[in-house]
Design a protein around this ligand. Sequence first.
Ligand SMILES: [Zn+2]
Ligand SMILES: [Zn+2]
Length: 117
Amino acid sequence: MALDCPVASCDRLMPGTARICGACTAELARELDAVPSLDADLDLAISRQSRTTGGSVGGRSSEKPLPWNEHASEAAERLQVILLGWDRVLVASVHPLHGPTCASCTHPSCMYADLGR
Ligand SMILES: [Zn+2]
Ligand SMILES: [Zn+2]
């Protein structure tokens, strides 16, 4: 039985056994893969070691610029809050499985047990 994907911005159908559709799963995986790079970019931007758009236009200000980028700092703080929220959701939903697991395999039960540990 096909259901509507529950992601607000998605209008696709998904199998009844899934939590979200395959396209949303792939998008989430891509976004999570980008987090380490985004975090490194934010660190550079916070310490003003990178060029970003949106700087002042026009004449020079007589004020000395702060040695850090407030917008990047706020973005990094928001990213941390979002990741901590997801961490809590994942920690609460993974229950430890006891028992042996394979050293290297793709068994769902072994992967789940390793995640729980
Ligand atoms: Zn979807
Ligand atoms: Zn296994």
